[in-house]
Design a protein around this ligand. Sequence first.
Ligand code: ADP
Length: 618
Amino acid sequence: MSSDSSPQARGTWPARGVDPPSYSQLLTDIREGRVKDLELSPRQQEVRVEFGDGRELRVPVFANDQQLLRTAEQAGVPLTVRDDRADAASAALVSNGLLVLLLLGGLALLLKRSAKVANKALGFGASKPRLQPEGGVSVRFEDVAGIAEAKEELQEVVTFLKAPERYTAIGARIPKGVLLIGPPGTGKTLLARAIAGEAGVPFFSMAASEFVEMFVGVGASRVRDLFRKAKEKSPCIIFIDEVDAVGRQRGAGIGGGNDEREQTLNQLLTEMDGFADNSGVILLAATNRPDVLDAALTRPGRFDRRITVDLPDRRGREEILAVHARTRPLAEGVRLSAWASRTPGFSGADLSNLLNEAAILTARRRQTTIDDVALGDALERITMGLTAAPLQDSAKKRLIAYHEVGHALLTTLVPHADQLDKVTLLPRSGGIGGFARTMPDEDVLDSGLISKAYLLARMVVAMGGRAAEQVVFGPDEVTQGASSDLELVGRIGREMVTRYGFSPLGPVALEAEGPEVFLGRDWLRSEPHYSKVTGNRIDAQVRELACHALEKAMALLEPRRDLMDVLVERLIVEETIDGDRFRAIVEADEQRRSACGSAAEADVQAAQVGVQAGVLNR
Ligand code: ADP
């Protein structure tokens, strides 16, 4: 028996005010008859000793202590063994119980977490449309400007929703679906919300891309869910944005198409058939690619109304600006009509952004009203990007100045070209050292009709930069700065030859508009529908058009080298020359030329240009 395990080594023991005797003392006490009673607790390895004088003490003993038993037996001291099995059992029970509880707790926690994950996975099928309750839509028709025709058409839908009896009484079927077609930002969502607002019905909106998830079948169940929710709230409006994301023609695409998208589309078709006529649910959908929609989606009974929401014209833009200026203080003298003229091709969203940018600039400058300067800066920021640090007067700045003056001068000189808005040397982020901005002709823009002369003029103007570099610095010193101009020239040339029949190849359309829609832009080009020989002739024609444009540009710039020098000096000093001033300078120079008798020279030049124009206009 080691001394470590000796009971004495265990420190103090509970005794009623008296130190317990040592083990050997206890044995002596037993032998000498001083002990009256002993009670052994084997588990606790201790013995309760009752002395003859009435003291009661606990003394630690060895486990399985034979010595104590023998001594007690010999001395005739009664020794009882305490049965502490029950205590042990209950202690074990408690500790086991605790363990089980701990395990159960852990298990429950795990289950809860996995249930959450499972819920998420199963909840994929539930649609999450943004719902605006009845009366919750604050947009009205008066907030939508510049698209009068679309508004008028949709006015009827409001009546359908408000007073359906007027139509149903005479057996008219209320349309189930209205397709809003137009470029992004023209106010399609706004219109849909305005209908809900005017009719005072709930408005569900969802982008079609939100239907489609990674898992097959999720889109379909989302469509089901959306229609179920909508039917509960009927009459109401469901708005599906970018419906072409699911509504593309089935069976198109690579590798058998996208199963998930097709299933979603099928479900959409089924749901549209499923709700009864005049159920009060009207589906509005927006797209800017109506050409790619599945025919089943656009047949009567589904999206049977198509409303085109086009980019606004000048008057429309003015009206839209006025709508957005309602909440923004304009400085006196700001004419919105002038800004409408300066923003051709802008959508409603662009115009709203323009006013917002101007408001931000105004706040930054600590002014209280938005003035023309802020609007001008905002416009530039939107169209050209952020301003960069001005260039130092270096050879590079001079070269950029000649390049831009080349464009600007040709814009002013070439008939049919767009009007110059301004030319500037203030650089913009993205490596733009300066630019000559033109304003597209409103008539061309509004009518959508582009003449051959206009395209030829655009090519000449685009070549202005390269031509100026070549005239001033020589053919070996030209820079790559004209690369984007050349791209533009190439694109115009190719369209002229292959789409508009503006070339000796004859009035044939050899290519269709835009990239292949089903294959992802520019990912795979379909095989051309013409022979290799024709392909070569197309390339040759495009090259010829580009070369003639450059020659014509040089023929116009070469005799005006001194004017270019004057304009470049001015531009370097002033950094920006606006269109009117630029035209005045050019005009004065042209008059001086004819007055100075250089008319003869100009005639020769003009004759040359005429010859080239003849070639171009062939
Ligand atoms: P779309 O759905 O056609 O892409 P939105 O309806 O979302 O365009 O338009 C975006 C924002 O542009 C609108 O919230 C609104 O502020 C502005 N906007 C667009 N068109 C108009 C318009 N015709 N009249 C007034 N604001 C417009």
